[in-house]
Every structure is written in structure tokens, then in C-alpha cells.
Design a protein around this ligand. Structure first.
Ligand SMILES: [Zn+2]
Length: 269
């Protein structure tokens, strides 16, 4: 239905006019975010459009007493856009299905203490059950509810020895929840195979746990060994922030995440 496409495009254009990220601010963001450097000029335009649409669609607010500036909002929206880039058409897709289970990101200035349910692995790590725990958190995600991040872990800077990008991590949990349980198994695309996914993730998860139990140097942040859900979220951080490292230590996981996020940073664009 061509007319419907036309209406959709007009709607998106209208939105973009109202919420376009100012050029000066976008240039600042571009120079600050190393994650943007791997995209072509055309792809960066698409990312700017997508980030503008995210700003229009989602609320980004702060806890009392903390100020979220426009600059911070744009950084958060751009990181979200980078994650969604391969999953939706920046200009045409109205659905926002991949981020359909949250409406707000709440920004804390620092890590906070909270009581929550933590997922514990069962059946050799294939499934998880929730148990209440009290922990210092950098971010938090609810089934139905906002994404909570801590700004101090989320300021953009060059690749770290251990990737810990809170927003990428929490959004990965949200995507994991789209098909029900938070278990490290998000809804896969038609061109993907769940057996390949399980094999890649289970092998890598078991290897990481073996490295930790034998007191060897863990291949990635040992927090990933907590349970399969955390493993998926931490691997997502590495996929975007340190793809070469992830591909070196867990190539099959890199391949599956490349299919899932529909982006491949190791192949020339
Ligand atoms: Zn987590």
C-alpha cells in the first residue's frame, strides 16, 4: 500500500524536523564517541536520524538532584541508535519493536544499592531462576519498566580493558526479555538457528566458568559467568566496544551476535 508508506514517511519527516539533533551538538558527539568512527558518512546520517527519533519516542530522565543535559541525552540516544542500527530502517520503520518493552531511561549519577531479584543458573546454565539479592549496581532492568543506568559508567571514552558499557548491557537485557524469560536467549531472526546460538553461547559460557574456577585469566569480564543472561549482556558490550577481542576469544559468539544485531564491525564496510 503505497499511500500508507507515504503517510508513514511524512509522519517521520515531521518528527525529524521537530526533534533533529542540532549540527553543532552532533559534531561534538561524533568527536567524542569512538563507536561512531566505524560508520560511513551516510550511515552516520542514518544514525543521527535514528537517534533523533529515539529522543522523540523515549523519555530520558534523571533521579532527583541530577541534571541530564541535552548533550547526555544525545549520547544515550546515539548509543541506543548504534544498537538498533542493523535491526530497523532509520527512516522508514515506525515499529520500534526491539525497544518496545521500555519507555524511559532513568539516569543515576553513580552506582546505587538496590534490592532486586538476581537470575541464578540452573540446568547447567541453560536456564535461570530469580532469587532476591542486595547488590551495588551500575544499571538495572525490569520486565515492565524503565531502564536504569549510571552515568559515570556510561560516559563515552575509548575502548576499555574491560568493556562495561551500562546502557548497551541493560538494553541487551531488555531485548532478551522480548520473548519472555531473561535467559540469554532473545528472539532470533529467521536467518538464524537456535541450535547454533545455544552451541556458541553454551561452549563459551562453560569455558569462561572453567577459566574462573581454575583461576586462569578470564577471556572476558568475569561478571559474564554469573548466568547466561549476564553472559549475553556482557558479550553484547564486547560486541560493540571490543569486537576484535570478542572475535578472538569467542568467535562463534561474535558470529551469532553479528547475525543478531545485523552488523559486522570486522568486515570492511
Ligand atoms: Zn546485567
Amino acid at each position: 500500500m503505497a499511500w500508507l508508506q507515504k503517510v508513514k514517511r511524512a509522519y517521520i519527516r515531521h518528527g525529524l524536523q521537530n526533534y533533529k539533533i542540532p549540527a553543532a551538538l552532533w559534531q561534538e558527539i561524533e568527536s567524542e564517541m569512538p563507536l561512531l568512527a566505524r560508520y560511513t558518512p551516510h550511515q552516520k546520517i542514518q544514525l543521527r536520524i535514528l537517534a533523533s527519533r529515539i529522543l522523540r519516542k523515549k523519555r530520558i530522565s534523571a533521579v532527583k538532584g541530577f541534571q541530564v543535559t541535552d548533550h547526555m541525552r544525545i549520547i544515550i540516544a546515539t548509543q541506543t541508535a548504534i544498537m538498533l542500527f542493523g535491526l530497523m530502517d532509520a527512516e522508514q520503520d515506525l515499529s520500534f519493536d526491539w525497544v518496545g518493552n521500555w519507555h524511559e531511561i532513568i539516569v543515576y549519577p553513580y552506582a546505587y544499592r538496590a534490592h532486586h531479584n538476581q537470575v541464578q543458573p540452573i540446568l547447567g546454565g541453560l536456564l535461570g531462576v530469580e532469587t532476591p539479592t542486595d547488590v551495588i549496581e551500575a544499571g538495572k532492568t525490569f520486565y515492565q519498566g524503565p531502564v536504569i543506568i549510571n552515568w559515570n559508567s556510561d560516559a563515552p571514552h575509548p575502548l576499555r580493558p574491560q568493556a562495561n558499557q551500562v546502557l548497551l548491557h541493560e538494553l541487551a537485557h531488555k531485548m532478551d526479555m522480548l520473548n519472555g524469560d531473561i535467559n540469554g536467549y532473545p528472539p532470533l531472526h529467521h536467518n538464524m538457528n537456535s541450535k547454533d546460538w545455544y552451541e556458541a553461547f553454551e561452549t563459551a559460557y562453560n569455558l569462561l566458568n572453567r577459566q574462573i574456577s581454575k583461576r586462569r585469566k578470564p577471556a572476558i569480564n568475569p561478571y559474564a559467568a554469573t548466568n547466561p543472561a549476564e553472559f549475553f549482556a556482557v558479550c553484547t558490550e564486547y560486541f560493540f566496544e571490543a569486537p576484535e577481542h570478542l572475535n578472538k576469544v569467542f568467535p562463534a559468539v561474535y558470529r551469532q551476535l553479528s547475525l543478531f544485531y545485523n552488523q559486522d564491525f570486522l568486515r570492511a564496510v
